[in-house]
Structure formats: structure tokens, C-alpha cells
Design a protein around this ligand. Structure first.
Ligand SMILES: NC(=O)c1ccc[n+]([C@@H]2O[C@H](COP(=O)([O-])OP(=O)(O)OC[C@H]3O[C@@H](n4cnc5c(N)ncnc54)[C@H](OP(=O)(O)O)[C@@H]3O)[C@@H](O)[C@H]2O)c1
Length: 324
């Protein structure tokens, strides 16, 4: 059994990892570190775990654990790895954006590999340390990877993506306050969102001449999921576009092309990404839906762990969508 530890266990992505790892057939949840809840039951922060585990949070770590997931806010992962050293065999999977860009990927004596399985499964399987992609970045890259690999992203790409409130983490903020968020919609960081860096890094790696990505993030009035649309000029037929996507994702167990326009609830609570293609007078519209906390964070982190430890890619990730 793989011995796993979680740092930042009382937050949203940490909570999702606890739920996934408790049900994972190849993993023992060794410890869940918390700065604020040491000694308290996991079910105090995550009441749905009542009856599933009696485990408590701790302020100690097992420095010889097989894998440690860092579920911390920006800037705290490097700090944590500076304070706690782990053995050379311990794999680190970081969910923050600290190590995702190539120029930041060598840190703390570790070499972080960008953990998007649909981009580089083989590199992930050989990696010791992983920088798990961002949630928006996952949904958007999945919408564009096949086009970039085929050299078909020569024009600007326009992306609108709606996110649920859990995307902002568990701490209360003005824009996640129920009274403000409910029955409300708003955009933020137009064309400057921090995930653009990793998106452009990937796309340029596949197609150096890639057109600019204009990304408008939108806050939706729901709690989970990302609903992203990307459109760009496309010289070809819908059938040709479909073949590009089908061929690119033939070995991707979680990414599927949908015949009908997808809605969020078909992927919420799963590690799936559903894509849909629509062609209108030379403009290709790609819709991409994921659960921000699963395929956009903790589910993808477990998928990466499975690849790194030679387990089936889908292990522990047979989840049930909300559906309706
Ligand atoms: N939310 C998403 O949809 C999503 C998706 C993809 C990636 N991410 C990334 O994943 C990371 C975690 O996100 P989240 O949404 O889970 O955040 P969160 O709900 O705010 O949880 C972060 C946790 O970190 C712990 N923490 C805070 N300061 C710390 C410190 N100095 N040292 C150690 N632990 C500390 C806290 O837990 P304790 O009080 O128990 O210590 C807190 O609950 C972020 O970098 C985020 O950008 C999030």
C-alpha cells in the first residue's frame, strides 16, 4: 500500500483528497497535517466523513511517506518544503501554482513535472515530483490541446469560463459570501488571469506559432464546476475537428467528446472532462466542462499519483456524477 500524507487537510482540495484516498484501493492515508486543527477529528472539518474514519489531523509529518500532497495557498508550498524535509523517495504532488512554469519547476532540490496526463503521461509516470495544473488551466488546455498539436491554433483564441465558488478556497471572502454570490454573475482578471502562463507554456510547446489566448474568467453562482467555452477560426470541417479530438484523446480515460452540448452536472463529482465541438461559418467552438475540485485539482492529483506508482490510471476514481 502507498503511504500518503496530505498538507492543508482542512481546505477544499485537501478535503477532496481525504475522501478520494480513504476509498483508494492502493493507498493508506498515513497523516493529514493541519496548522489549525491538530488533534481534532477529520470529520470536524469535513462532517460528511463521520462514520468513515476516526483519524485526526496532526501537526507532524511522516518524512518517509511515499507521497505527500500539498494543498496550500499560493506561496506556502515552497515555504512548507523549506521547513519540513522529506526523504529522497518521497514524491511531492503540489496543487498550487508555485512550480508549474518551467522557470520555477526546479525548487527545494526537486524537479517538478507539469502534471497534465493528457499532455505528457509518460513524463508523469517517470517523475518524482508533480506540479498539478490549475482548474481553469485544465479545462482550457483540454479544449485546445488537439488543435495545438495539429498546428491549427494560428489565430487568436477567445475563452470564457465560469467557475463555482469552491474555486476560491474555503476561506470566506467578499466574492464567495452567499449574499453576494447567489443570484449573481461577475467577471474578474480579464485577459490577465494567472493560469494563462501555464496554458501558454503548454500550447507553445506543442505549436510555437500559437495565436494569443484571450481569457475572461467569470464567477458563477454555483459551488462546483467549470464551464469553459473557447472559439477560434478553423479551416476545415466539423468531422475533421472531431477526428483530431478523438485521435488525441484515444488513450485518455477521463476525457470524452460529447455529441450534445454538455452541462456541468454531468461531470460534477467526477474526474471526467467532457468536450463538445460546434462549427459555425469557419469558427470552431469547443466547450469543456470539469469539476474544479476533481479533474481540476484533487482527482487529477490522484490520477498523477496512479501513473507515478504504476497503478491503473483510474484507480480510486470511479466516481458518480450528480447527474441532476
Ligand atoms: N479550489 C480549487 O478549485 C482549486 C483547484 C485547483 C488548484 N487549487 C489550488 O490548490 C491549493 C489549495 O486550494 P484550496 O481551495 O484547497 O484552498 P483552501 O480551501 O483555502 O485550503 C488551504 C489550506 O491550507 C492550510 N494552510 C493555510 N496556510 C498554511 C500555511 N502557512 N502552512 C500550512 N498550511 C496552511 C489551511 O489548512 P489548515 O488550517 O488545516 O492548516 C487551509 O485550509 C491552492 O494553491 C489553490 O490555488 C485549488
Amino acid at each position: 500500500m502507498i503511504k500518503a500524507g496530505i498538507i492543508g487537510g482542512s481546505g477544499y482540495t485537501g478535503g477532496e483528497l481525504i475522501r478520494l484516498l480513504l476509498g483508494h484501493p492502493g493507498v493508506t492515508l498515513d497523516f493529514v497535517y493541519s496548522t489549525t486543527r491538530a488533534g481534532r477529528p477529520l470529520s470536524e472539518a469535513h462532517p460528511d466523513l463521520l462514520g468513515q474514519t476516526r483519524q485526526c489531523f496532526t501537526d507532524q509529518v511522516n518524512q518517509e511517506a511515499d507521497v505527500v500532497f500539498l494543498c496550500l495557498g499560493h506561496g506556502n508550498s515552497g515555504k512548507f518544503l523549506g521547513e519540513w524535509s522529506f526523504g529522497p523517495k518521497t514524491c511531492i504532488i503540489d496543487l498550487s501554482n508555485e512550480f508549474r512554469l518551467a522557470e520555477q519547476a526546479s525548487a527545494q532540490g526537486r524537479e517538478f513535472i507539469y502534471g497534465l496526463p493528457e499532455l505528457q503521461k509518460e513524463a508523469i509516470a517517470k517523475a518524482r515530483d508533480i506540479a498539478n495544473p490549475g482548474c481553469f488551466a485544465t479545462a482550457i488546455q483540454l479544449a485546445l490541446l488537439p488543435l495545438a498539436r495539429a498546428g491549427r491554433l494560428t489565430h487568436p483564441v477567445h475563452v470564457h469560463a465560469l467557475t463555482g465558488s469552491t474555486g476560491a478556497g474555503a476561506s470566506l471572502s467578499e466574492t464567495s459570501h452567499f449574499s453576494w454570490r447567489n443570484d449573481n454573475v461577475s467577471w474578474y482578471k480579464p485577459f490577465t488571469h494567472q493560469h494563462l502562463g501555464e496554458i501558454e507554456q503548454t500550447l507553445k510547446g506543442l505549436q510555437p506559432t500559437v495565436g494569443e489566448v484571450f481569457f475572461l474568467p467569470v464567477r458563477g453562482n454555483f459551488s462546483r464546476g467549470i464551464f469553459a467555452t473557447a472559439y477560434t477560426p478553423f479551416e476545415g470541417t466539423l468531422r475533421e475537428a472531431r477526428e483530431l479530438f478523438e485521435s488525441y484523446y484515444q488513450d485518455a480515460p477521463f476525457t470524452w467528446i460529447s455529441d450534445s452540448p454538455p452541462s456541468l452536472k454531468q461531470v460534477v463529482n467526477t474526474n471526467a472532462a467532457h468536450l463538445h465541438l460546434h462549427l459555425h461559418q469557419g469558427t470552431l467552438l469547443v466547450t469543456s466542462v470539469i469539476d474544479n475540485l476533481l479533474k481540476g485539482a484533487s482527482g487529477q492529483a490522484v490520477q498523477n499519483m496512479n501513473l507515478m506508482f504504476g497503478l491503473p490510471e483510474e484507480a480510486g476514481l470511479a466516481l458518480k456524477a450528480i447527474g441532476f
